[in-house]
Design a protein around this ligand. Sequence first.
Ligand code: FMN
Length: 168
Amino acid sequence: MNEIFTRRSLRRFTSQPLSQQELEQLLRAAMQAPSAGNAQPWEFVVVKNKATFEKIIDIHPYATPLDTADAAIVVCGNTNRERFAGFWVQDCSAALQNLLLEAVSLNLGAVWLGIHPIQQRVDDLSDLLKLPEGVIPLGIVAVGHPAEGQNNQFIDRFDPSRIHYENW
Ligand SMILES: Cc1cc2nc3c(=O)[nH]c(=O)nc-3n(C[C@H](O)[C@H](O)[C@H](O)COP(=O)(O)O)c2cc1C
């Protein structure tokens, strides 16, 4: 419960890079997600190049956390790997959430930057990253070591009025 309740979107980072081990652990957590038919239709593009970050910010105006992030992990769905068409969004969202929770566990900061279903962002990012046919970027995780003042503050969002038993 600790990682779930203390996960916050953190958007400013120090210049300290992630270790290869941390990066691999984030991706390992992502790939542990459930998926329809166990298709595991995810692919990850890890970007560290600052010039590419700037191009991503041009494509996506709310991707400014990349100004200070160490890495951008682009979570993509590979529709060629699907067993049941259309479930890739849910599969890759589960993977992305796992990645965010593992970031908390590693004392890293991270934020989800939405790409799909905004078609212009999907098209522009696919061109930039040279994604092959059938591979669709769902979202980007901007990740790094959190800057001072950025912390995983606990917020309780439990709302009993959203729960409907048996029928609405
Ligand atoms: C699908 C999705 C897309 C998002 N896109 C962005 C984004 O483009 N830029 C950003 O700064 N935050 C983005 N966020 C983060 C949300 O703003 C954030 O999750 C929300 O405000 C709740 O705050 P919390 O994550 O700290 O709990 C996105 C979150 C989701 C789930």
